[in-house]
Design a protein around this ligand. Structure first.
Ligand code: PSU
Ligand code: MN
Length: 304
């Protein structure tokens, strides 16, 4: 894939020098947040990566070209596209978007694949996909990708709309270590904990980077999941969001929403049902994760 990538000059320069680069995904721009919040958040995430000391590389497919490091104008172009008009690219979708010359967004799985091909080792997002509630056969390709692609994914756990205990089981099966950054327990996206234990609790971004570096030295072919809870001030109490999740899930089933449409549908409905409170938590954790990922990438770059 490497020679098929269109890499922004700043990103390519940083990678050549062994500098700190953080990949960012584009599905949250096209499917996760509405316009214009999606642009503001994507731009704020890039700024947070820079504040952490690293170079951001937002990843998407533009006119069939896999692009690493979108410009502000390119982010805007994706963000303005009407809901549902942009392909959401997980592993299986990438060749389709490339062959057809489409503008398309990469999910966690899709972004990991591209980041790895580009030589980027750290990636920040909000929440990974996982096992859906009441549909244990609906396992996000994000989990399988974490088991087969060596990229560190910094997130606030898996999205709370999912079955978190089953998601943790699949991560274990896939051989993915869960590193808590300042936490003993797995965050639940909108709230700070779901009560399940992480594999290790580390105090600093450098401590997290040391585990990523060790995985690299060992030639690990799997990813590392680094989880950080949503900032306390922006947390949504689990009880408050839970009723919205239950209702949204029932509506998805009743309306026959399935496959790749499930996650965007649930995130959108939960935001409506919580009067936008879930979206504020989502935005805050995205920016927090981007900043931490920047710091982790800096520490990792210094561990040659
Ligand atoms: N996190 C967010 N908003 C999102 C997503 C994650 O805060 O929109 C996206 C990610 O791109 C993730 C995808 O990979 O949802 C999971 O979709 P699925 O469950 O269909 O695999
Ligand atoms: Mn699915």
């Amino acid at each position: 894939m490497k020679n098929q990538l269109c890499i922004a000059t700043e990103v390519a320069d940083a990678l050549r020098k062994g500098g700190a680069v953080v990949a960012l995904e584009s599905t949250l721009i096209t499917h996760g947040l509405p316009y214009p919040d999606n642009v503001t958040t994507a731009v704020a995430m890039e700024a947070a990566v820079r504040a952490g000391g690293a170079v951001p590389a937002t990843i998407a497919i533009l006119g069939g070209k896999i692009t690493v490091g979108l410009t502000r104008g390119e982010i805007e172009r994706l963000a303005r596209r009407p809901a549902g008009s942009v392909r959401k690219c997980s592993r299986r979708d990438i060749p389709i978007a490339v062959a057809r010359g489409e503008d398309a967004a990469t999910t966690v799985a899709g972004t990991m694949i591209v980041a790895h091909a580009a030589g980027i080792r750290v990636f920040a997002t909000g929440g990974i996909g996982g096992v859906h509630r009441g549909a244990p056969f609906d396992v996000s390709a994000d989990l399988i990708e974490l088991g087969r692609t060596p990229v560190a994914v910094v997130c606030a756990g898996a999205k709370a709309i999912l079955d978190l205990p089953l998601t943790a089981e699949v991560l274990e099966t896939q051989g993915v270590p869960i590193v808590g950054l300042g936490t003993d327990t797995l965050p639940a996206f909108y709230s700070r904990s779901c009560g399940l234990p992480v594999d290790v609790n580390v105090a600093t971004p450098a401590d997290a980077a040391a585990i990523v570096a060790a995985a690299g030295r060992l030639g690990a072919q799997h990813g590392v999941l680094i989880v950080a809870p949503v900032p306390a001030a922006d947390e949504l109490p689990a009880e408050k969001v839970e009723s919205a999740i239950v209702q949204a899930t029932a509506e998805a089933t009743a309306q026959g929403v399935h496959g790749k449409r499930v996650t965007p549908f649930l995130l959108g409905r939960v935001a409506e049902l919580t009067g936008g409170a879930s979206r504020r938590a989502n935005t805050a954790l995205l920016i927090n994760n981007a900043n931490l990922a920047g710091q982790i990438a800096v520490a990792l770059a210094g561990m040659k």
